[in-house]
Ligand binder design. Structure first.
Ligand code: GLC
Length: 737
């Protein structure tokens, strides 16, 4: 009997028993109890990576991950094992597999918090399986510069509300797997040009209204860590900038720890708000910190606070209560992608595919047709972009294979990779439908040369492996020629962000799947053949022309041309669709923010705005919240889901852009004739307020607000208004239209 009992190995929690072992205590308290039990040297060991290590090794535990902090053997505190990136576990060195998920921006195109949670959960599971207890993602930077080389990694797109709303479920999904998430890069890392030195100049109101909200969403989700960025802010490096790091910790209420981007630490900046240096210990090492303590410019309480923040994040998500074996670096050799992960990745790519155009019912494709499949649909299939966020797919579902499998009885599917345009045109002219897979790519460390499809596919062979094989620099010519030969031309664009589509008026249908991940082929075939009705919406504007928002060199990439340069965010709040609305720019070949079609049609009706207030909020004449409700009905022939969007227009005197996204809701899949009553709650303290730089706080704006509800920022179906700050008592909901 005893033997049987002994045989049931009860996994030993990592931490040696102590007052901190009480799992009913709050994480902050458990962390404080451990800190009180550590020597100074033990505390300082948590604040940096291994000495002299600037890259991942494959030899031993101390450098096995991209980021490593030694554990504490005496108390059996596990090591901190960090790995990239925002779109999955980046396998480097060994060959063991993980899943290449859709990228951050791609997931933003789903506009679906449930999808973002599933994305975070799927990724977090693989980090856990690899023994990594920190995922260096999600990326949250706003797509301020359309040509930014890392927009593909960032789930905010061009809107702070979208970023804040989607960051929350992504981080919740990751951290529910006992892996600490890392919101990056804080802050104003909105370009790659000269990223290590460029100095961003951003006024306080713009900071809080445009660039901080996605990080606030991460903080509201309890994100355990934030990565401070390479760039300087007002001349001071981000990882030693007391103003922005104080705004993060004090004004925004961040309780986790700030870790530097790799080699982005420039001083022993613990007192400025940096808690941990990566990847090594050039400045945050014990000797320099002890000198600071002796000279009085570093306080013991600041050291304790940094260590407590680090340990708190580990308690909070459950790292500390796992058996030590959980965080074993030898797990890096495990293949962690699974059938389930592959299915979820396929579903996530389906729901983040955007139907931009569909004339004459070209899509969905009927079975049994003669199809010409052209471009990057075979060897050149594009699934991910480059840099530290790149995840090598364990395999790639190629569109040519999946279209052939889905085309049905009697179908004829021919292929040409588009290098020989004449041959491609020949195939297209005799097909029922021509489907062209176009693509471009981008990477960390450089911005895109342009928004053209013809730039980007051949930038870096090493970085992109076998993607974009073929004529990456004549795609616009290929599309125009094929469209001239076959009116039923469909274009599928796999792109890392905004892209120009000069031929959009000449083709019958257009889809974009952004950076779809390794299930690319299955997901796009599901959409093309109508197995899935597309519901994605653009998370950023597709412009009509290059630099349509007229960014001057002083705004991007920064002046003077030599290092270091300064980039001034003089556009302030007018980023993306906010600029287009303020300037009244119409769309000719481009597509607006929030745009996305369906194979069915939706009608909107019965808009109500319901003020409500409780207790003292009423006395102050301030509604506690506004409820905007309306009905969405499927008036088409097939089932489908709609992402309904709510935009607010502030009273003129507030000095805000014409419209701002302040709510959205993806309906369930509605059957033909079925309708759904959608309710969106506005929190006036955030959604109907502006940042008052004098008071350093949000300020409610009294006056008349426009309420616009629709299928995109430019497809408004219902309009109404409400007056804020003048009403002291709840009133009956009133029909506004
Ligand atoms: C890179 C990136 C950051 C990444 C880190 C570790 O330079 O900026 O996103 O997580 O270094 O690879």
């Amino acid at each position: 009997m005893v033997r049987a009992l002994l045989a049931i190995a009860v996994p030993v929690a990592a931490l040696v028993p102590g007052p901190w072992s009480d799992t009913s205590l709050p994480a902050q308290q458990r962390a404080a109890l451990v800190v009180a039990n550590l020597t100074l040297d033990e505390k300082l060991a948590f604040l940096h990576g291994p000495h002299g290590r600037n890259s991942q090794c494959t030899t031993d535990a101390k450098c096995a991950y991209v980021g490593n902090v030694a554990g504490n053997d005496r108390l059996d505190i596990p090591p901190i094992t960090m790995q990239d990136g925002p779109q999955g576990f980046r396998v480097t060195g060994n060959k063991a597999t993980s899943t290449a998920w859709p990228s951050g921006l791609t997931m933003a195109a789903s506009w679906d918090p449930d999808a973002l949670y599933a994305w975070g959960r799927g990724m977090g599971r693989e980090f856990y399986a690899k023994g990594a207890n920190v995922q260096l993602g999600p990326g949250l930077c706003l797509a301020r510069v359309p040509r930014n080389g890392r927009n593909f990694e960032y789930l905010s797109g061009e809107d702070p509300f979208l970023g804040a709303t989607l960051a929350f479920p992504a981080i919740s999904g990751i951290q529910a797997q006992k892996v600490v998430a890392n919101a990056k890069h804080f802050v104003f890392n909105n370009q790659e040009t000269n990223r290590l030195k460029v100095s961003a100049k951003v006024d306080e109101r713009t900071r809080f209204e445009m660039y901080y909200p996605p990080f606030q969403g991460a903080i509201d989700a309890g994100v355990g860590s934030v990565m401070c960025s390479y760039n300087r802010i007002g001349g001071t490096y981000s990882c030693e900038n007391p103003e922005t790091l104080r705004e993060l910790k004090e004004t925004m209420g961040f309780k986790g720890y700030v870790v530097s981007d790799w080699l982005a630490t420039h001083s022993t900046s613990l007192m400025a708000g940096l808690d941990m240096e990566m990847p090594s210990d050039r400045f945050m090492n014990p000797a320099m910190i002890k000198t600071g303590l002796e000279e009085g410019n570093i306080t013991a309480s600041a050291v304790d606070d940094s260590v407590a923040r680090i340990l708190r994040s580990m308690f909070d998500v459950g790292v500390m209560d796992e058996p030590s074996s959980t965080w074993d670096w030898k797990k890096l050799q495990k293949n962690v992608t699974t059938e389930e992960a592959a299915l979820v990745a396929r579903q996530l790519s389906q729901v983040s595919t955007v139907l931009l155009k569909n004339e004459g019912g070209t899509l969905p494709l009927a079975k049994g047709q003669k199809l010409a499949v052209l471009g990057f649909a075979d060897l050149g299939t594009v699934v991910h972009a480059g840099g530290s966020g790149k995840v090598m797919p364990s395999f790639v579902a190629k569109p040519l294979d999946t279209i052939r499998a889905a085309a049905g009885e009697g179908a004829e599917v021919s292929f040409n990779n588009g290098t020989d345009i004449a041959a491609a045109v020949e195939l297209a002219s005799s097909a029922d439908v021509a489907i062209i897979f176009v693509a471009t790519l981008s990477q960390e460390g450089r911005d895109r040369d342009s928004l053209s499809l013809d730039d980007g596919c051949v930038v870096n062979e090493r970085e992109y492996n076998d993607q974009c094989k073929g004529n990456g620099d004549r795609q616009n010519e290929l599309v125009a020629a094929v469209a001239a030969a076959n009116p039923k031309t469909v274009v599928v664009a796999s792109v890392p962000g905004a892209v120009l589509m000069p031929w959009s008026g000449d083709v019958a249908a257009i889809l974009t799947n952004f950076m779809p991940g390794q299930q690319a082929g299955f997901a796009i075939a599901d959409v093309l053949f109508g197995v899935v009705n597309p519901s994605g919406k653009l998370p950023l504007t597709f412009p009509n022309r290059e630099n349509e928002t007229e960014l001057a060199p002083s705004q991007w990439p920064g002046l003077p041309e030599n290092n270091p340069t300064e980039e001034t965010y003089s556009e302030e709040l007018l980023v993306g669709y906010r600029y287009y609305d303020a300037k009244g720019i119409e769309f000719t070949t481009g597509f607006p923010f929030g745009h996305g079609l369906s194979y069915t049609k939706f009608e909107y009706s019965d808009l109500y705005v319901f003020h409500d207030c409780l207790g003292e909020a009423c006395d102050l004449g301030r509604p506690l919240f506004e409820t905007v409700s309306f009905t969405v009905k499927n008036v088409g022939q097939v089932a489908g889901a709609e992402v309904a969007q709510l935009y607010l227009g502030f009273p003129k005197e507030a000095g805000e852009p014409p419209l701002q996204l302040k709510g959205f809701k993806k309906t369930k899949a509605l059957e033909p004739g079925q309708e759904e009553r959608v309710e969106i709650y506005l929190n006036p303290a955030r959604d109907a307020a502006i940042w008052d730089a004098r008071a350093h706080d949000w300020a409610l704006v009294p006056g008349l607000f426009d309420v616009k509800v629709g299928a995109s920022s430019r497809d408004i179906r219902l309009a109404g208004n409400f007056t804020q700050g003048m009403r002291a008592v709840p009133r009956e909901p009133e029909l506004l239209v």
